[in-house]
Design a protein around this ligand. Sequence first.
Ligand code: CAA
Length: 257
Amino acid sequence: MSEQLVEMVDNDGVVRLTINRPKALNALNREVIEALAEILDRLEGREGLRAVLITGAGEKSFVAGADITAMREMNPLEARDFAGQALKTIKRLETLPVPVVALVNGFCLGGGCELALACDWAVASDNAVFGQPEVLLGVIPGFGGSQRLPRRVGPAMALDLCTTGRKIDAQEALRIGLVNQVMSQAELEDYAATLTKQLSGNGPGAVRSAKQVIHDGMDQDLDSALALETSLFALCFASDEQREGMSAFVEKRKPNF
Ligand code: CAA
């Protein structure tokens, strides 16, 4: 079988995607983005999907950015087209109706950091390095970083990272809220297994609604967002999941979702 640029493994509805271009530190070129888009064609609307984990092949890099060699000769129209293709694909990943988690196993730079930012949360191995170094190449972030980074870490830190281009280690990424946890590479594998177990045991409809209310609510004023929460909370009571989850608690057994 030919080697896939994005590998997919399905474990009980928890799908693990691996960006597989280790010789270029998993840099994102058109072919990788197309491979990701093809996988999203298969994942969107898929019955039984519980979560998506995304990581990079090898122990050195998650994704070291958009492919600089490919971008070097681009004119403005080609650059706009390339960024548009990536932005659209990354947005599709972000809006999957299940948790999407980045397992950051090394370099997470430029377009790689932007990919991680489109995930619901990220965990990192202790060798991970983060940054938006585009200014060092004479450009700015083009895969969403200028907008998702300030939303995640605040505008001052985003301005610091995007204008200095400095790289930060996993501990600093943890401190500023770019990642949720830091662990060793081996523990990253254990984390993936634990998360798979946790998410496959939860009510899928409730998990979907929790993601929806947080994402949609963040773009609204507080009162509208709280009204959205009330609607989605009430809607849970029209589901078998709510009956099963609460009955299982009262009957002192595990719920079967
Ligand atoms: N694009 C294309 N190729 C890349 C790459 C990238 N972003 N990052 C690394 N590579 C390639 C290198 O060219 C090298 O290839 P060869 O073996 O054929 O020479 C291979 O991956 C290994 O890289 P290094 O030899 O450089 O490895 P290192 O350990 O010495 O350094 C690194 C690692 C610090 C990550 C360094 O590779 C680096 O600085 N990479 C570029 C990081 C970067 O600037 N990313 C942002 C890109 S711009 C962007 O992403 C724009 C956007 O927002 C859309």
